[in-house]
Ligand binder design. Structure first.
Ligand SMILES: [Zn+2]
Length: 233
């Protein structure tokens, strides 16, 4: 893990010469993107995130903010932005075709298999292969801090997730601890065929760490962590 005070990075991603990426810390906002000299030439692309499974392929910044929860681009100069506070930001990198994706993985999107929809879109549109794809899972609320109810458990089950891989029993009956990272790791590795050693995870809990933002910890705080990925010109 690399920490430049503003955002965190995955070392394996930092070694790719045509790539920029970061998982923002608290206080790093959209304005900060423009002030960072490494990012100043990029055009940020934001979505109106709504916990959907809608995936958008972009080759220029849209005129207005479009609703969706995953962005894909083959185009250099765009900075795909996903905003989170407990939800899991997921980056996908097709190293063969120079293609990047940024995915908003809250529990609804994760259960709705948005990471799979994003990857399948890459595969159909750009012939992305799982063995040439890297993934990074950013900071999110970790299982021990993320108790959910029966309806969430049942939803994941209906969507085909293996409960023993993603849930721990909760403190009370009908409560469970949900591991968002494990759910997406399972989807990426077991369902989509990415190699486990090509999936990198920042083991940091948004709820536990004061330098990150957590909706559960501070429900009234509208600020979000800014996570970004892009292809250099
Ligand atoms: Zn925690």
């Amino acid at each position: 893990m690399v920490n430049n005070q503003n955002y965190l990075a995955v070392e394996e991603f930092s070694r790719i010469p045509w790539l920029v990426h970061g998982f923002g810390l608290a206080g790093f906002d959209l304005e900060s993107l423009k002030l960072d000299f490494r990012l100043a030439d990029f055009q940020p692309v934001e979505m109106k995130q709504e916990h959907s499974t809608r995936v958008l392929v972009v080759d220029r910044p849209p005129d207005r903010k479009v609703a969706g929860d995953a962005l894909i681009t083959p185009k250099a100069g765009l900075l795909l932005v996903v905003k989170t506070a407990d939800c899991l930001p997921i980056f996908l990198v097709d190293t063969e075709h120079q293609l990047v994706a940024a995915v908003h993985g809250g529990w609804r999107g994760t259960a709705g298999r948005i990471a799979e929809t994003a990857f399948e879109t890459m595969r159909k549109s750009f012939s992305t292969r799982p063995d040439q794809t890297l993934a990074a899972l950013g900071p999110a609320i970790e299982a021990r801090c993320y108790e959910v109810g029966q309806e969430v458990y049942d939803f994941f089950l209906r969507q085909g997730f293996p409960p023993d891989r993603i849930f721990l029993p909760g403190d009370r009956a009908g409560q469970f601890f949900l591991d968002l990272k494990a759910a997406n790791f399972w989807l990426l590795s077991e369902v989509l065929g990415l190699q486990a050693e090509n999936i990198f995870s920042l083991e940091l809990c948004t709820f536990c760490r004061p330098d990150l933002l957590s909706h559960r910890r501070q429900p009234d705080d509208q600020a979000r962590l800014i996570n970004f990925i892009g292809i250099k010109d």
